[in-house]
Structure formats: structure tokens, C-alpha cells
Design a protein around this ligand. Structure first.
Ligand code: FAD
Length: 337
């Protein structure tokens, strides 16, 4: 069923019925892309008892949820999920399909791309619609897929114009989640599903969930330390400040590598992407790989003893000084607030 109006699809990822935040981030972005294309936004929801999840997608701009519901699909399973999505793409031919760059998205998207012979750009940090007619006259309204490349030393803009569908996985936390004031009056389309014996090749026997105590993505304030903090002991100052501000502590990769802070708190290209209300960078140089994970923060304060440090190029407020002298002054001030 080819469709004239360009469609943007978002694969809505869920675990045990709970949708992933990145799916709503992608729906919000997809809504803007679909509007630019004068097209429509569809949510693809696969799982069991998915009606509520499907309805939630209308709040983020989807005008239709394609729902494949079956008890055997309750948890993500590579084979049936990739088969279902590939068939849907074959039948309905969307222009763009977006996935979160999560464990599930990174497993699913390449398989679907291979089935559908489509282009796929992994780990995007931004998506835009634009003409690229300077390359070829008919390259109109293409999806620009933007991501760090060559070890993060450049930001590449990638196009996949000559494939059947343009597909991208997008990093969690880089797109803003935006709930519409009034939900779209969308429709739920139930897609019939019959399990295939070949799906049995992979069976989920058990799930083990490792709960992390740290949720950097949800933290409104992040106090982050770099190699310039000098030691694990000095990081205690950051914990003290974060406690007073009601925030979390994070670190650069150099700080993680030096053992000052655990890996789950690393911000950046190979760590977590965050966009808190306030990011305080202490003794962090501001390498491009670190910035990739934090430069969308609403306000950035940098403390660094080198006035030439690149972090000063992106911060809103910069303090040139020794972090070990400046942070205790911050703590003193907030203790009396
Ligand atoms: P440094 O670069 O050593 O900077 C320390 C800073 O502290 C300096 O600016 C110095 O002036 C300042 N300083 C020193 N003493 C003080 C003091 N007393 N008071 C105040 N300031 C002081 N990095 C990440 O952070 N996250 C990533 O996800 C990441 N992924 C990467 C992926 C790849 C493929 C590669 C190649 C690199 C990656 N990196 C990442 C590493 C990145 O390139 C930088 O090496 C790293 O971010 C540097 O960390 P830093 O700023 O803490 O340390």
C-alpha cells in the first residue's frame, strides 16, 4: 500500500509495557519532520496490551498508531520484531523510520535495514529536513542525519537518498520531549499477527534487570568533574555541592579512566547524553566528545584554571580559577540558602 503523503515512523520501544523515553523524544522530533514534509507521523507499537501506549503517542503528534499486539510479543524478541517491522515497511513504504539508539534499537534497526535494503545512520544526535540540490537536482526534502564521526573529531551530516526508506537510530536524551497541549485525534490500526515457527529460534528464558541508582538523564542539575579535579577524594566536594543543589554528580571520561568516578556517571559521546537545567563543569577541558553529551544543557557554568579551555566557548558563565577554591565557596553560599 504505497502512500503519496510522506510518512515518518517512530518505533515505540517498550519493556514490560513501559515505553522508553527516547520513543517520545523521537515522536516529538518526528512530528516536526512530518510537518516540514507536509506528511504524517505514525507510531509503530509492538507488544502485548499496548492500547494505552498507543494512545499516549497521540499526545506527541502521531496521527496513527500501527499496533501489533500478541502475548508472544510481550517482550522484545529480535526475529519476530524485525520480521513484523520489515513487512510493515514493505507494505506501507514510509519515507523515514526512526529508532532509539538503545540496546533494542541497535539490534533491531540494522536487521530491518538489511531486510528492506535501506540506508541506516546509527547514533544520530540531530535530524533535519533539507534540500541537497547542490549535489543533485532531485535531492529535495531529504533527511539530514547528523552525528559525530572519526572519533568525535567532526560532526558529519549523512544522507541516504537513494535507498527505499531513510532510517536512523538516535541517541537517547538528545531530542527534546514535547507533549502537545492538545493530543492529536489519532487512530489505532491493529495489524493482524500470527507467530511464525522460526521465531522460536530465539527464546527469552529469563530477564535480569540491573537497577542503576544513578539517573543522570532525569537530574535537573548536574555537577560534573573532570581530570582537573585531581583525585577521587576531591570529588567529594562535587557530591557535597550536588546534594545541596538537589542534583547528581557526573564526570568526564578522563575522570572515569583515572578512577575518580564510576563509568555509569560518564557524560559524553561514549557515555550518557544529558540536558539538565544546570550543568556545572569543574576541571573539564570541554573536548568535543564530552560536549556531545552535555552542550544541550539549558545553562552551563564552567570552572577551569585555564582561560583558554574550550569549555569556556560553550558555557553561559565561566569562572577562571582553581576548582578546589571555587567549589567550597559555592558550597558555603548554598549552605546558607
Ligand atoms: P583534560 O582534558 O585533562 O582536562 C582537564 C581540565 O581541567 C583542563 O582544562 C585543565 O585546565 C583543568 N584543570 C586542571 N586543574 C584544575 C584545577 N585545579 N581547577 C580547575 N581546572 C583545572 N570524553 C568524555 O568526557 N566523554 C566521552 O564520552 C568521551 N568519549 C570519547 C570517545 C572517543 C572515541 C574518544 C577518542 C575520546 C572520548 N572522550 C570522551 C575523551 C575526550 O577526548 C577527552 O580526553 C576528555 O573529555 C578529557 O577529559 P577532561 O576534560 O576531564 O580532562
Amino acid at each position: 500500500m504505497a502512500n503519496d503523503k510522506p510518512q515518518v515512523w517512530v518505533f515505540v520501544e517498550q519493556r514490560s509495557g513501559t515505553p522508553a523515553d527516547v520513543s517520545f523524544e523521537l515522536l516529538s522530533k518526528g512530528y516536526k519532520l512530518a510537518n516540514q514534509l507536509k506528511g504524517s507521523l505514525k507510531a509503530v507499537v509492538i507488544g502485548h496490551n499496548m492500547k494505552d501506549v498507543a494512545k499516549r503517542t497521540f499526545k506527541y503528534g502521531a496521527d496513527e498508531a500501527l499496533v501489533v499486539d500478541h502475548p508472544s510479543l510481550k517482550e522484545y524478541n529480535t526475529l519476530p520484531y524485525s520480521r513484523i517491522l520489515s513487512q510493515l515497511i514493505d507494505e506501507r513504504q514510509p519515507r523515514i523510520v526512526l529508532f532509539g539508539a538503545t540496546f533494542i534499537g541497535r539490534d533491531l534497526a540494522p536487521r530491518v535495514a538489511s531486510h528492506t535494503k535501506s540506508g541506516l545512520t546509527a547514533d544520530c544526535t540531530d535530524l533535519q529536513i533539507s534540500d541537497v540540490t547542490y549535489l543533485r537536482k532531485d535531492y529535495k526534502d531529504l533527511l539530514l542525519q547528523i552525528r559525530p564521526a572519526f572519533g568525535g573529531n567532526i560532526i558529519a551530516t549523512i544522507i541516504t537518498p537513494d535507498t527505499r526508506v531513510q532510517m536512523a537510530t538516535v541517541r537517547e536524551g538528545v531530542m527534546e520531549m514535547h507533549e502537545l497541549e492538545k493530543a492529536v485525534n489519532g487512530k489505532i490500526t491493529e495489524i493482524p499477527y500470527t507467530p511464525d515457527p522460526s521465531d522460536e529460534l530465539v527464546k527469552i528464558i529469563e530477564h535480569h534487570r540491573e537497577e542503576s541508582k544513578v539517573n543522570l538523564k532525569a537530574a535537573p542539575i548536574i555537577v560534573a568533574g573532570g581530570y582537573g579535579m585531581g583525585s577521587k577524594e576531591n570529588f567529594q566536594l562535587l557530591y557535597e555541592l550536588a546534594d545541596l543543589l538537589g542534583g547528581e554528580v557526573a564526570g568526564s571520561r578522563a575522570a572515569v579512566d583515572a578512577g575518580f568516578i564510576e563509568h555509569e556517571r560518564q557524560v559524553g559521546q561514549t557515555g550518557v547524553t544529558v540536558r539538565p537545567r544546570l550543568y556545572i563543569a569543574c576541571g573539564i577541558s570541554g573536548a568535543i566528545q564530552h560536549r556531545a553529551g552535555m552542550e544541550e544543557s539549558k545553562k552551563i557554568i564552567a570552572i577551569n584554571n585555564d582561560p583558554e579551555a574550550p569549555i569556556f566557548d560553550i558555557c553561559h558563565y565561566g569562572i577562571v580559577g582553581d576548582a578546589m577554591e571555587v567549589i567550597p565557596q559555592f558550597i558555603e553560599v548554598f549552605k546558607h540558602k
